[in-house]
Write a protein that binds this ligand. Structure first.
Ligand SMILES: [Zn+2]
Length: 200
């Protein structure tokens, strides 16, 4: 049996995605023998994360704590008739970096994954449908990753969005299959969004 403080850390680490019991214990023992400044820096970063960052209540992108909406949702210069649906805030950053998209976003905060037990209610799907029901949206670009889960999520959303009378498009092929939007080079991403196609 492990001493309680180590067991507590192992249990906490095990809850992180992609970390099994073995990796969790390896990390815990690594932190134990590492200089104290490393572990206190980590502890401080974790506390700061929740204290200083929050999620936008409209698009679920990241924003500063205390703000209800992110800068993009608050900006009067963005086109509210187009919503680009992405998996993670990192995808917003990747698309913003190319500077060619002037619409708004909606961050699902994940993808459908039956294997990991992630269903529609675990994602920000309901708030997306509500945003569209409020009116004013003409096009929804499904920019989930070209992976099995990303495609399945887009397929799930397509009829539900179409039923609300909006045009539904999907990023053009050309992104590496199984790849992540956030790692795509800027030209590929630019081609993918400008060459987006009607979903069928
Ligand atoms: Zn927002």
């Amino acid at each position: 049996m492990l001493p309680e403080p180590i067991q507590t850390l192992v249990t906490a680490l095990e809850r992180l995605p992609g970390i099994g019991p073995k990796t969790a214990s390896r990390l815990a023992f690594y932190l134990l023998r590492t200089p104290e400044e490393v572990s206190s820096q980590l502890a401080e970063a974790l506390t700061d994360l929740k204290a200083k960052i929050a999620f936008c209540q409209e698009c679920f992108n990241i924003t500063s704590a205390g703000r209800e909406r992110c800068e993009i949702c608050d900006s009067g210069k963005r086109d509210g008739t187009v919503i680009c649906v992405v998996e993670e805030p990192l995808d917003v950053i990747a698309l913003e970096r190319i500077g060619a998209y002037r619409g708004k976003y909606h961050v699902l905060q994940g993808v459908l994954s039956p294997i990991e037990g992630i269903g529609p209610d675990d994602l920000k799907i309901k708030p997306l449908l509500e945003r569209i029901q409020h009116g004013g949206v003409q096009e929804v670009i499904l920019a989930t990753n070209p992976s099995m889960e990303g495609d399945a999520t887009a397929q799930y959303l397509h009829p539900r969005l179409q039923a609300l009378g909006v045009r539904v498009t999907r990023l053009a092929r050309g992104l590496p299959v199984g790849g992540d939007l956030e790692y795509a080079d800027q030209n590929t991403l630019l081609r993918a969004i400008t060459g987006r196609q009607e979903m069928n």
